[in-house]
Ligand binder design. Structure first.
Ligand SMILES: *Cc1c(COP(=O)(O)O)cnc(C)c1O
Length: 436
């Protein structure tokens, strides 16, 4: 693990400006539109919820509208980017972002849909093996997906779903508790399905070890990477994860409700796993013969159902081109430093306030922590002890767009593509002013 040297940090505007000036990714900020809020450009810390719009996205969408106007149905083969194979334009970069072979990735549908489609193949409960291990308080859509799959197969969610909760008075989940549960239920375990990064706490899970331990007892492993894709270092292929899926509108900046991604490990491409099928998963060379009997593509595309939603893919493509230019490894380097600076600034605010006046408790594992630490996303979740929603409302008045979770948690994400050290410094100044 690379330690960030926090000794060099200073709680001054000069320091923040200097860090921005020296930032090799500083020019990327200008590639995005920032919303205005209460008369000034917002301090935008919700890239973990909806990423900002790349300035290239509108033209990308308009180009497809133009081609549609100019070519009609002929656009499937004659558009500048033929629609027939449009999704393929998104594969290489998506694969690099999640650490996969291109054949293991397909961009399709939306996240919850993909979760279901992949569970159809990878959750095949039997009387003997029917249990699923997941995080307690997983994102609601994931909870509903898991519970409805269990019921769909005629099992009782109470018995089949094993939720791993944080220990008493803790926020993050102990890895040991996940491993212990895998062992405890090893005879009955069908699937481990958790988020790669917990949406609430920002905790990053050790996906490699979880995968190894689950495989050792004969279970499949899937990850929901909604908060991981474009945020942390992923090596899905090398870790031998069975499947994963993610949305593209959070860290990947593809726009509201944008098209999602899915990963299926190469070892399953030619398997006889059952699946739900559609024509876009069928052998490309014979697809338009429109004949009976499904002949699956031997890649992740096998799980595609429908033809490419080109308009939503166009803005995704524009956003992915920016990732390609920036490079995940550079983004991750900056992300760690920016997050460590955020921790430093929040600690400084606590000090300046004196604990008795209130307290901001960071519940996300710290960037330089050794314990239970498996990489860092850019999100920091903060419990504001003694403050209610008024704190959040006051932040809005000061043009900060953060995210509030009842009863007292603020989530902020300083996203390395477009946030600056100055954003983080300003945030601290505003916090201090509000809370003093
Ligand atoms: C954002 C998010 C979702 C949203 O699902 P959609 O199908 O894209 O609406 C689901 N799960 C997790 C963990 C998320 O963070």
């Amino acid at each position: 693990m690379v330690k960030i040297n926090t000794l060099e940090f200073e709680n001054t505007l000069e320091f923040a400006k200097k860090a921005d000036f020296e930032d090799p990714l500083k020019n990327f900020r200008d590639m995005f539109y920032f919303p205005y809020l209460n008369g000034r450009e917002a301090i935008y810390f919700t890239g973990n919820s909806l990423g900002l719009q790349p300035k290239t996205a509108q033209d990308a969408v308009l180009n497809e509208m133009e081609d549609w106007a100019n070519y009609g149905v002929e656009g499937h083969f004659h558009a500048r980017n033929p629609w027939f194979s449009y999704h393929e334009l998104l594969t290489a970069t998506s694969a690099r972002i999640v650490g996969a072979l291109p054949s293991e990735v397909v961009v399709m549908n939306q996240l919850s849909v993909n979760l279901h489609l992949l569970m159809v193949s990878f959750y095949r409960p039997t009387a003997q093996r029917f249990k699923i291990i997941c995080e307690a308080k997983a994102f609601p859509s994931d909870q509903y997906a898991i519970e409805s799959q269990v019921k769909f197969h005629g099992f009782d969610p109470q018995q089949a779903i094993i939720e791993i909760a944080p220990r008493k008075n803790e926020f993050c989940i102990s890895h040991q508790d996940i491993y212990d549960a895998i062992n405890l239920h090893k005879e009955e375990l069908a699937l481990v399905l958790i988020g790669g990064v917990n949406y609430f706490t920002g905790q990053v899970f050790d996906m490699e070890t979880i995968t190894r331990k689950a495989h050792a007892v004969g279970a499949f492993v899937g990850f929901d990477l909604a908060h991981a894709a474009g945020n942390i270092d992923l090596k899905l292929h090398a870790w031998e994860v069975d499947f994963a899926c993610w949305c593209s509108y959070k860290y990947l900046n593809s726009g509201p409700g944008g098209v999602a991604g899915a990963f299926v490990h190469e070892k399953h491409h030619k398997s006889n796993l059952p699946q739900f099928a559609g024509w876009w998963g069928h052998n490309k060379s014979t697809r338009f013969k429109m004949e009976k009997s499904f002949d699956p593509i031997t890649s992740a595309e096998r799980w595609q159902l429908s033809n490419a939603p080109v308009l939503s893919m166009a803005s995704h493509k524009a956003a992915l081109e920016i990732f390609e230019e920036a490079g995940m490894e550079h983004l991750i380097q900056k992300s760690k430093k920016l997050k460590a600076y955020g921790e430093f600034i929040i600690d400084a605010v606590n000090q300046q306030l004196g604990k008795e006046k209130g307290w901001l408790e960071i519940i996300t594992p710290r960037t330089n922590d050794e314990k239970d630490y498996y990489g860092s996303g850019c999100q920091i979740s903060i419990v504001a002890h003694g403050y209610g929603k008024k704190l959040f409302e006051d932040l809005v008045k000061h043009s900060v767009i953060a995210d509030w979770r009842e009863p007292n948690v603020i989530r902020i994400a300083a996203v390395p593509l477009y946030n600056s050290y100055e954003d983080v410094y300003e945030f601290g100044k505003i916090l201090l002013k509000i809370m003093s």
